[in-house]
Design a binder for this molecule. Structure first.
Ligand SMILES: Nc1ncnc2c1ncn2[C@@H]1O[C@H](COP(=O)(O)OP(=O)(O)OP(=O)(O)O)[C@@H](O)[C@H]1O
Length: 324
């Protein structure tokens, strides 16, 4: 198990991470999410042992992770960290970059394993190409295979698909996270993209201004976001009092409603004035206004600007949000 006990960190005067407590069981996949600058990369660097921590302590099983002030070569041997710089050998072929860390004493196994990793990153046909001729996204895939070749027990991934096009991203996510689960690797991924974690993570940790503000399964977090910051990590969301959606409700309690949860109604509900329609592929996201507040909702067709429409939310959604 990986354990962080009350870890705080600052680069200079202002704290970047504050009182981080985290336990990750072996084989678990944890996603760290949060807005840009909230401390995700810093947290991964601390776990890997690249940054010295003065407050708090980190452990892998019973061993303390000591950091750069104690280790001549930074980084723990059982962990691998895939940073946003790929650290490849540009003048050598893709297959050599991947096989560099495999045992040369077992040539058959070396070939087979290199092949397996190249298939996973879908770069088999580029095996003999020098890395410097690859695109940024292809290089990121090679970097992934290179860290996997080292058979880490713990893998730290910082925005692992940031350079990869959408066409590849989905199959790569499935291949990679399926492979890591099968091998029992403990994974911590820092990401902005909910598609990296909703289908794959066991636990999601939400960071805001260097503090953990939520920790839950992806499904619970999505269905019961406790504030707009959390809901906003999953998509366009609104926060509105229940009694303006359901006129008979006698509570001003505010709930989060995602744009896809509104239904346009002709007769009753929250009356909004349409401002703009944005085509999203298969549907439109509409920006409307209610008493000066922007409300975002999805609709099958574009709506005329200045038109008044009513929005409804199902009672099931309201109950789900109340049940936080
Ligand atoms: N080497 C450094 N020296 C000083 N401040 C730093 C350094 N690296 C990061 N910071 C600051 O620490 C804070 C957290 O940065 P970090 O890179 O961990 O955020 P992040 O959540 O990973 O952001 P992003 O999603 O944009 O990559 C930011 O305010 C950043 O400016």
């Amino acid at each position: 198990m990986l354990r962080l006990d009350h870890v705080s960190f600052r680069y200079n005067t202002s704290p970047v991470l504050e009182d981080i407590d985290l336990k990750v069981q072996q084989g678990q996949h944890v996603s760290i999410i949060g807005e840009s600058g909230c401390g995700k990369s810093t947290l991964l660097k601390i776990i890997y042992g690249l940054l010295h921590v003065e407050d708090g302590a980190l452990f892998w099983n019973d061993n303390r992770i000591l950091g750069p002030n104690f280790n001549l070569v930074p980084g723990e041997p059982y962990m691998k960290y895939l940073s946003q710089d790929f650290d490849l050998m540009p003048f050598t072929m893709v297959e050599e970059n991947v096989s560099q860390f495999l045992s040369v004493f077992e040539p058959e196994q070396l070939k087979e394993r290199t092949q397996e990793l190249l298939e996973m990153i879908e770069l088999t046909e580029f095996a003999k190409v020098k890395v410097k001729y690859l695109s940024g996204g292809q290089q990121q895939r090679v970097a992934l295979a290179r860290v996997l070749a080292q058979r880490p027990e713990v893998l730290l991934l910082d925005e692992p698909f940031s350079h990869i096009d959408n066409f590849r991203k989905n199959s790569l996510r499935r291949n990679l996270f399926g492979y890591l689960k099968e091998k029992g690797v403990t994974v911590i991924t820092a990401t902005h993209d909910h598609n990296d974690m909703l289908p794959f993570a066991d636990t999601v940790v939400v960071l805001k201004n260097g503090k953990i503000i939520a920790k839950d399964t992806p499904k619970n977090l999505f269905e019961h976001p406790k504030d707009l910051y959390i809901a906003g990590l999953f998509g366009e969301a609104n926060q509105i009092p229940i009694n303006i959606i359901k006129s008979y409700a006698d509570t001003q309690r505010r709930i989060i409603v995602y744009a896809h949860e509104f239904r346009v109604s002709q007769k009753s509900g929250l009356e909004v004035e349409v401002k703009r329609s944005y085509y999203k592929g298969g549907y439109y996201m509409i920006e409307g206004v209610y008493e000066g507040q922007s409300i975002f909702f999805n609709h099958g067709t574009a709506l005329e600007a200045d038109k008044k429409v009513f929005l409804n939310v199902s009672i099931d959604t309201i109950n789900q949000r109340l049940n936080i």
